[in-house]
Write a protein that binds this ligand. Structure first.
Ligand SMILES: O=C(O)CCC(=O)C(=O)O
Length: 308
């Protein structure tokens, strides 16, 4: 039965208003305990399956100075691949620790190719109900997914960013779904957010392919001098969002967020995926690092014919 505060089947009016004001929303217990456990177990099995011999030892970083751009990364959109922590490989090209503890993340088509991740993403009625209530997109498609492992000690910081920089559409339409698979605390790298930043700061750049063999880089977006000045100003206080296994964090594509290095003895596994709006509501182009393939186009989230 719906309560008076409920907007649709899933989210309350307060939750929708909070998401719109803050640019993110924590939904405790969105994923049931048995499903959360299955996602964590599968994540660990994938780490066990990691074949180091066949790996180019690609490390993952999104900092402005250094970013991934090799073919292993650029062709990972329709595969399940492994990306390593910055400190995971020594000068002689060998892993500095056991393979499971060297991985920063696994991506980018878990939601398509793995039945356990698919069940939480493309075959999830609760998720469809949430998407209908939120009305963030008219015709959402899921375009990528990752398990981020944030291993103890080595699990690196994720610097301040917004997701529309990395999953750019015109107009920006990225929406992140981030599910804690373990407890996320102040010391193991819980996410933190700058509430309301999605309403203040424009998306100033996009992460693009630079052309055959040239890897990836950032391209500046046209912004006004006022927006340029604004984006250089000190940005206020981040709020740390500790959370529990099964909690979902919805992340507006323009909200600034980050996570610190894991300095604790506890791992911080999370499963995350993103949606964008599809044409004609938003344009996705060939400059983006992540490209759909003929074999695996981006999948619609709502049933055929349904527009939000
Ligand atoms: O899991 C993390 O630490 C960072 C995730 C994040 O920033 C993202 O998915 O946009």
């Amino acid at each position: 039965m719906r309560t008076s505060k409920q907007m649709g089947n899933f989210l309350t009016e307060e939750q929708i208003n909070k998401f719109q004001a803050d640019g993110y929303l924590v939904i405790p217990g969105f994923v049931l305990p048995e499903d959360t456990e299955a996602l964590l177990k599968r994540s660990k099995e994938l780490l066990d399956d990691f074949n180091v011999e066949e790996h180019p030892l690609t490390r993952f970083t999104t900092s402005d100075k250094d970013h991934v751009g090799d073919d292993y990364f650029l062709s990972s959109g329709d595969k399940i691949r492994y990306f390593l922590e910055e400190d995971a490989v020594d000068a002689s090209g060998k892993l500095t620790r056991e393979k499971q503890k060297s991985v920063n993340k696994i991506g980018h088509a878990l939601h398509e190719l793995d039945p356990i991740f698919r069940r939480t993403t493309l075959e999830n009625e609760r998720l469809r109900a949430l998407v209908r209530d939120l009305k963030f997109h008219r015709d959402p498609v899921a375009l990528q997914s990752m398990v981020i492992t944030k291993q103890t000690q080595i699990g690196g910081e994720v610097p301040e960013h917004n997701d529309s920089t990395f999953l750019y559409t015109n107009p920006p339409s990225a929406l992140g779904f981030w599910i804690a698979l373990e407890r996320c605390t102040a010391t193991n790298g819980a996410l933190s957010f700058l509430p309301g930043s999605h309403l203040i700061y424009p998306v100033t750049k996009r992460f693009v392919r630079l052309g055959q063999g040239k890897g990836t880089g950032f391209e500046q977006l046209p912004i006004t001098p006022e927006e340029e000045e604004l984006s250089r100003k000190p940005k206020g206080e981040y709020i740390l969002e500790t959370c529990n296994p099964g909690d979902l964090v919805l992340i507006h594509g323009s909200v600034l967020h980050k996570s610190e290095r894991n300095t604790s003895p506890h791992t911080r596994f999370a499963y995350t995926f993103h949606m964008i709006d599809s044409a004609p509501y938003a344009q996705y182009d060939e400059k983006n690092w992540l490209q759909p393939t003929k074999e695996l186009p981006f999948s619609r989230v709502l049933p055929a014919g349904e527009i939000n």
